[in-house]
Write a protein that binds this ligand. Structure first.
Ligand code: 3H9
Length: 707
């Protein structure tokens, strides 16, 4: 028998324990081990009951995801067939769940007759987050135990529930006492059931309770999902599968599930979402930083600047239960900042997202101050003041003077040189960038900017605290705009240039949202403020613009006082939440195009998509070549978690891999020729893109080589 599964006898109970760290993935060796163990128990007349458990402290995280790409998940024994064999066992099986039972792990437990769970254990079917549906009976067995509504909620959200909730819903039958060893409790439970001749409970004999379901339940669920999870295919396939559970006998429902699972697995969306799963884990590894580097302790945080960004940053730490000092030199702006934080919490409380008690507890952790001396015992200070080098350097000089040795001094700059900021201190090793995205208390992405001298443990501390407050940290190097804003630059440039050349803002945005982006570039400029974009461009002309046509339409809008949503007029006009075309944009574009000698023309949707996305990808390749990002998958994480790039496309670099780098390269070359001088300036293929495309490789190959 494979060593990944241990078989032992405790009197008349066969103990089958999975031992495949780190997460008890159900790879082929484990499946073979389980099959052999169950067959051994079936063949032994002395065995009355079977307890299925983990030897590692956590039941199972499900199928081994690496087997999807290799095809190994299909190798015999396949999981679905194995689970039917377990379900049909004529000996009573109890699954003992500790840690997590996720995906195939929960499906394995559902094939048992009864389930006992340790307190704090979590169960769930997260396949949808991998672009899949549960493929080993989860969509058929779970609704039979919990009802369709609860099952559908778990399956389409992918969110795990705790054992207590599982007990209430019916997919857990008993909770083990806090002091009781789970294995002993499970054995006692199995024997007790056997003694009382409890029935074997195969899901095949159960049907889904349809009584309480409204008639339009599935149709309503489909339209809700189509709106909330726009573009994702797997959640809708989950609904199809659960509907089958409600209408078909188990064996036919399982066959339908299989069909839907296979369709999802073969889709680019599944590849994209699995790419993101591994990308998140890879991002934790930082080249040159040993994995065992200990983080510094962070017990108290300080945020400098009580504006929208500073307040949002502070809220993250308050939410995480960490005492936080909020410093602003202006008494009034400090007061305003504190009020906004209070208001944000009040809104959350009125929507039932947090309790009044929690609001009070969080606000009690906030220490507003105008005095730098109050930062003396902070372990981490994050500066979020106005985006100007001289102001930031002055703040860091102050910090250097008042902060304790070993405190981490971080800047929330979104573009500026972290090394120049660090140079204002006598401790550049303690200085890093922590670039939050707006709204800072909502967006998951955090760019951790590694300066030339940033100490390894400062980086590790930033990564650790980021995860503690629910962020996804991606470590990036120093350059103008780091990874996210630097890649945004050519993307935004092309969107604006296309308006100059003949497209309307609505056409540009329509193509981008049609591709799956959360928002079009013109609408995003209006939201962020055309004035903000203008001032950034002006402040950085040397770094970003060498062309008279660059963003000229946005410049003219700025000069006319049209700053976007805040003035009710920008690329669009706004009345309340209503958005309509701004006819002035075309007039501006026509005049500017004439002045620049650009012949306006009809532009195809295909050209819009290629011209916005290919330069974005090309910049990503450039960034990789310069070592600003360690891997292409880091760029993908930045775009999916910070810029509304659709997760089901996996990020721009994964999308480029999917369509082929030769196509991206050919597109860059085509526009370079087609667009004359402008093309010559802005459509030069990055050397890395050329190298990979010519070698028939993908960005994933680059990442694998540099892993
Ligand atoms: C499925 O079950 C399909 C079936 O319905 C049908 C089949 C026919 N496979 O996250 P961590 C690796 S689909 C392979 O850092 P944590 C992970 O990459 C599956 N590898 O730890 C990492 O490797 P590395 C449905 C896996 O403690 C290491 O384990 N299940 C898998 O923060 C540690 O992971 C899921 O979607 C896997 N299933 O979190 C659950 N899981 O060190 C996915 C993890 O080399 N897993 N790895 O970077 C999770 O949600 C989290 O890993 C878990 C632990 C909560 C379990």
């Amino acid at each position: 028998m494979a060593t990944h599964v241990h078989y032992t006898l405790r009197e008349n109970t066969a103990l089958i324990r999975i031992d495949n760290p780190p997460v008890n993935g159900l790879g082929q060796a484990v499946r073979a081990g389980l099959q052999a163990a169950f067959r051994q128990a079936a063949a032994d007349p002395a065995v009355e009951t079977i307890v299925l458990a983990s030897a590692t402290g956590s039941f199972s995280a499900g199928a081994d995801i690496t087997e999807f790409a290799s095809g190994g998940f299909d190798a015999e024994p396949e999981l679905p067939g194995l689970l039917t064999e377990i379900e049909e066992s004529d000996k009573l099986v109890v699954a003992a769940i500790d840690g997590v039972a996720l995906g195939g792990g929960l499906e394995l437990a559902l094939a048992a007759d009864y389930r006992i769970a340790a307190p704090g254990a979590r169960v769930g079917l997260p396949e949808v987050q991998l672009g899949l549906i549960p493929g080993a009976g989860g969509t058929q067995r779970l609704p039979r135990l919990t009802g369709a509504e609860a099952a559908l909620d778990m399956i389409t959200s992918g969110k795990p529930i705790d054992a207590e909730r599982g007990l209430a819903l019916g997919c857990v039958d008993r909770l083990c006492g806090a002091e009781e060893p789970l294995l002993d409790a499970a054995i006692a439970y199995a024997r007790d059931l056997h003694r009382h001749q409890a029935p074997l409970r195969s899901c095949a004999q159960m049907s889904v309770d349809m009584q309480s379901l409204p008639e339009d339940f599935f149709a309503a669920t489909r339209s809700r999902i189509a709106a909330r999870q726009r573009g994702f295919l797997a959640p809708l396939a989950c609904v199809d599968a659960v509907e089958a559970a409600c209408t078909l006998p188990l064996d036919q429902g399982l066959a339908r599930e299989r069909e839907l699972f296979a369709r999802c697995l073969a889709s680019p969306q599944a590849r994209a979402q699995q790419h993101l799963f591994f990308a998140e884990r890879a991002a934790a590894r930082v080249p040159g930083v040993p994995r065992d580097t200990a983080a510094r302790e962070v017990r108290k945080v300080a945020v400098i600047g009580a504006g929208t960004m500073g307040g949002g940053i502070a809220m993250n730490f308050l939410n995480g239960g960490i005492p936080t000092v909020l410093l602003d030199l202006g008494e009034e702006s400090l007061q305003r900042g504190v009020e906004i934080i209070g208001k944000n919490y009040a809104i959350s409380a009125s929507k039932g997202r947090i309790s009044d008690v929690d609001v009070r507890a969080r606000l009690a952790l906030l220490q507003p101050t105008t005095d730098y001396a109050d930062l003396a015992d902070a372990d981490l200070v994050i500066e979020a003041v106005f985006e100007r080098m001289d102001i930031k350097q002055a703040v860091f000089r102050q910090l250097d003077a008042v902060c304790k040795p070993g405190a981490i001094l971080a800047s929330n700059t979104s573009t500026l040189d972290v090394d120049a900021i660090a140079a204002a201190t006598a401790r550049p090793g303690d200085v890093i960038g922590m670039h939050f995205f707006s709204p800072a208390n909502v967006m998951r992405l955090l760019e951790v900017v590694r300066g030339r001298d940033s100490a390894a443990d400062a980086i590790v501390t930033a990564q650790k605290i980021a995860r503690r407050i629910g962020k996804l940290p991606v470590v990036v190097g120093v350059c103008f705009g780091f990874v996210g804003n630097r890649m945004l630059e050519p993307y935004g440039r092309e969107a604006m240039r296309l308006v100059l050349e003949g497209a309307s803002p609505a056409q540009v945005d329509g193509v981008l949202t049609g591709f799956g982006l959360a928002m079009g570039l013109c609408a995003m400029s209006d939201l962020a403020g055309i004035d903000v974009g203008y001032l950034t461009r002006e402040g950085n002309r040397a770094a970003i613009a060498h062309d008279p046509g660059y963003a000229i339409v946005a410049d003219r809008l700025y000069q006319a006082g049209h700053y976007g949503q805040k003035t009710g007029c920008g690329f669009y006009r706004y009345e309340g939440r209503e958005r309509s075309e701004n006819p002035e944009v075309e007039n501006i574009a026509v005049a500017a195009a004439t002045a620049l000698g650009i012949a306006r023309r009809e532009i195809s949707d295909e050209e819009i998509l290629e011209r916005c996305l290919y330069p974005l990808i090309n910049e990503g390749a450039q960034i990789l070549d310069e070592g600003i990002a360690a891997r292409a998958s880091d760029c993908d994480l930045v775009y999916v978690n910070g810029y509304g790039f659709p997760a089901w496309r996996g990020g721009p670099m994964q999308w480029a891999d999917e369509i082929g780098l030769d196509k991206v390269l050919a597109g860059m070359q085509r526009y370079r020729e087609q667009l004359g001088e402008y093309g010559e300036t802005w459509f030069r293929p990055a050397p890395l893109l050329q190298r990979l495309a010519q070698a028939g490789e993908r960005f994933a190959d680059f990442d694998a080589r540099n892993a």
